[in-house]
Design a protein around this ligand. Structure first.
Ligand code: HEM
Ligand code: HEM
Length: 494
C-alpha cells in the first residue's frame, strides 16, 4: 500500500539551506541594486573621491554584474531550488529520508552551489568577466556550473524515477523545462577557448568560439531564454504549486495548463531576436523575433489567467490571506511584463525603446513584481511547514506588500518616463536635420527620474528586510504547530 502524503516524514534539510542563501543573496543583491540606482542619480556614490584607487571595487561598472548575477543566480535560483526540494517530495509522494542517494545529491548540490557563489563574488569583484551579459562568469567557474547542473539533474531524474505518484504534476513540467533548456543554452553560449592555450593571456581569460553577428545571435538566444527559463518557467512551477495549496482551490484548468506549457516552450525559443532589432542580424531573423514575441502573449496570458481563475469563487481570500494577495499581484505583474515585452519587440517601438531606461523599467516590473513576489510568497507558505511553526505576523506581510508595491510602481513609472524621454531626445532633430540635444542634455533631463527610481528601489529593499525579519522571527519564535493545516488560512499568529 502507498503511504499517504500525511504519513511521509519529509526531509527539508536542503530546502532550508537554499532558503538561507535566498535570504542572504536577496539582501546583498538588492542592496547593491539600490546603490547602483543612487550612483546613477548622484555619481558621488561611486566613492572615487573617498576611496581613491580602491574605488574601482565599488564603481557602477564593477557592481552592476554583481547585482545581476547575485540577484538572479544567488537569490532567485536559491528560491527556486528551495521550492524544488520542498515541492518535489510532495508531488512525487516520496521522502528524501527514504533514499540516501537523493539526500546526498541534495547536499552536494547545495555545497557546490555555495562554492560557486563565493567564486563568483570574488572574481566579479576582482573584475574578471567574460563580458557577455548574464553569463559573465569566467570559464573555470562555468565548468563547475555544468557539474552543478548535472547534480541537480541527477537529483531531479532520480526523484522522478523513484516516485509513487504516477502522473507528473504541472510544476514538474516547468522544472524539467528549466533544467533542459538552461543546460542546452548555457553550454552553447559558453563555448569558449581559454587564451592560455595559444600561449598568450591569463589562464582565466577566454574568447568566444563565435564572432561578430553570430556571437550576438547566440548571446541573445541565451539571454532571452535565461529570462524564459529562469525568470519565467521555474517561477511558473512555483505558482502552480503554491497558488492552489495556499488557497485550497484546485487549478482552474488542466487543459489550459497543457496548452500554455507547450506553446510557451515552442514560442519562447524563437523570440531572442527581439534583442537585436536594427542590428547586423538578417532582417528576417529580426522580424521572426518580433513576431514570435507578440505571439508569446498567448501562452503567457494563458498561464496567468489559469492562476487568476484558480481563485474563482475564492476572491475574498485576497483580503483575508496576504500570501494569496502576493501571488495574485505576482500573476498580474506577469501579465503586465508579458504585454509590455511584446510591445517593446515591435520594430518601430523598439527603435525608440532600445538602449533606454524603458527596458530597465520592463526588467524590474517583471522581476520585482512577478519573480520576487512569487519567491517570497512561496517562502511564506513553506516556512511554517518546514519548521512546524506559525508565521510570526500576517500583518507584517501586509505592510511589506504595500511598501514594496509602492516601490515597484515608483521604479517602473520613473523608468518608463525616463526611457521614453531619453528615446525621444536622442532622435530629435532640428529643421536642418542636426541632433537637437547633446548626450548631457538627456542626463540632466533624466536626473529627477533616477532619484525617484532610487527611492522606489529603497522602498522595495525595506519591504524585503521586513520579509527577512518575519521569516527569522517565524523560525526562531513562531508558536509551534503540531499538525499541518490543509490550506486556505494563513498560518500566522497575528
Ligand atoms: C512575452 C514575454 C516577453 C517579451 C516578448 C519580452 C520582450 C523584451 C524586449 C523586446 C526586451 C528589450 C530588448 C532590447 O531592445 O534591448 C526585453 C528585455 C528584457 N526582458 Fe523581457 N520580454 C518578455 C517578458 C519578460 C519577463 C516576464 C521578464 C522578467 C521576469 C523579462 C525580463 C527581461 C530582461 C531581464 C531584459 C533585459 C535584457 C538586457 O539585458 O538587455 N522579460 N524583453
Ligand atoms: C531593490 C531593488 C532593485 C534595485 C534598486 C535595482 C536597481 C538596478 C539598477 C540601477 C540597474 C542598472 C540599470 C542600468 O544599467 O541602467 C539594475 C539592473 C538590473 N537588475 Fe536590478 N534592482 C533591484 C532589484 C532587482 C531584482 C530583484 C532583480 C532580479 C530578480 C534585478 C535584476 C536586474 C537585471 C536583470 C538588470 C539588468 C537590466 C538590463 O540590462 O536591462 N534587479 N537594477
Amino acid at each position: 500500500m502507498q503511504p499517504s502524503s500525511a504519513s511521509l516524514s519529509y526531509d527539508y534539510s536542503v530546502a532550508k539551506l537554499f532558503t538561507y542563501t535566498m535570504v542572504i543573496f536577496g539582501i546583498i543583491g538588492m542592496l547593491v541594486g539600490v546603490l547602483l540606482a543612487f550612483q546613477m542619480a548622484w555619481p558621488a556614490f561611486n566613492l572615487t573621491g573617498v576611496l581613491g584607487d580602491y574605488a574601482e571595487f565599488v564603481t557602477f561598472g564593477r557592481l552592476r554584474p554583481l547585482h545581476t548575477n547575485g540577484i538572479i543566480y544567488g537569490f532567485m535560483l536559491s528560491g527556486i531550488w528551495a521550492a524544488w526540494y520542498y515541492i518535489s517530495q510532495r508531488v512525487l509522494k516520496i521522502s528524501f529520508n527514504e533514499y540516501p542517494f537523493l539526500k546526498a545529491l541534495g547536499q552536494i548540490h547545495f555545497w557546490l552551489y555555495v562554492l560557486i557563489l563565493l567564486l563568483a563574488v570574488v572574481t566579479l569583484f576582482a573584475g574578471f568577466t567574460q563580458n557577455k551579459e548574464y553569463i559573465e562568469l569566467i570559464w573555470p567557474i562555468d565548468l563547475l556550473i555544468v557539474v552543478l547542473w548535472v547534480v541537480w539533474g541527477l537529483h531531479m531524474w532520480g526523484a522522478i524515477g523513484v516516485r509513487r505518484e504516477k502522473s507528473l504534476y504541472i510544476s514538474l513540467w516547468y522544472f524539467i523545462a528549466t533544467f533542459l533548456a538552461i543546460a542546452m543554452l548555457y553550454i552553447t553560449n559558453n563555448l569558449q577557448i581559454p587564451t592560455f592555450i595559444s600561449g598568450y593571456g591569463s589562464v582565466l581569460n577566454s574568447v568566444s568560439m563565435y564572432s561578430g553577428t553570430n556571437d550576438g545571435l547566440i548571446q541573445w538566444w541565451w539571454g532571452h531564454n535565461a529570462v524564459a527559463f529562469v525568470f519565467t518557467s521555474a517561477v511558473i512551477a512555483l505558482v502552480y504549486y503554491f497558488m492552489p495549496k495556499e488557497s485550497g482551490a484546485p487549478v482552474y484548468s488542466y487543459k489550459l495548463s497543457l496548452y500554455s506549457f507547450w506553446s510557451l516552450m515552442f514560442v519562447y525559443l524563437w523570440a531572442g531576436g527581439h534583442h537585436l532589432i536594427y542590428s547586423t542580424v538578417p532582417d528576417w531573423m529580426q522580424t521572426m523575433g518580433s513576431v514570435f514575441s507578440v505571439v508569446l502573449i498567448l501562452p503567457s496570458w494563458g498561464t496567468a489567467i489559469n492562476f487568476l481563475l484558480t481563485l474563482r469563487g475564492q476572491w475574498h481570500q485576497v483580503t483575508t490571506n496576504p500570501i494569496i494577495k502576493m501571488l495574485i499581484l505576482a500573476s498580474v505583474f506577469y501579465m503586465f511584463a508579458t504585454l509590455e515585452g511584446p510591445i517593446q519587440s515591435i520594430k518601430s517601438v523598439n527603435a525608440l525603446a532600445h538602449f533606454t531606461d524603458w527596458i530597465v523599467g520592463h526588467v524590474h516590473d517583471g522581476v520585482l513584481g512577478w519573480v520576487c513576489f512569487s519567491v517570497m510568497a512561496a517562502t511564506y507558505h513553506m516556512v511554517p511547514r518546514m519548521y512546524g511553526r506559525k508565521l510570526y505576523s500576517a500583518k507584517l506581510i501586509d505592510i511589506q506588500f504595500w511598501i514594496q508595491t509602492t516601490g515597484i510602481v515608483l521604479y517602473f513609472t520613473s523608468m518608463w518616463i525616463a526611457g521614453i524621454t531619453q528615446g525621444l531626445m536622442w532622435r530629435a532633430v532640428d529643421e536642418y536635420g542636426s541632433l537637437q540635444y547633446s548626450f548631457i542634455d538627456t542626463v540632466v533631463a533624466l536626473h529627477p527620474y533616477y532619484i525617484i527610481r532610487g527611492v522606489g528601489g529603497a522602498l522595495y529593499f525595506v519591504g524585503f528586510l521586513i520579509f527577512v525579519w518575519n521569516v527569522i522571527k517565524s523560525i526562531t519564535s513562531g508558536d509551534k504547530i503540531d499538525k499541518e493545516p490543509i490550506s486556505a488560512t494563513p498560518i500566522s499568529a497575528s
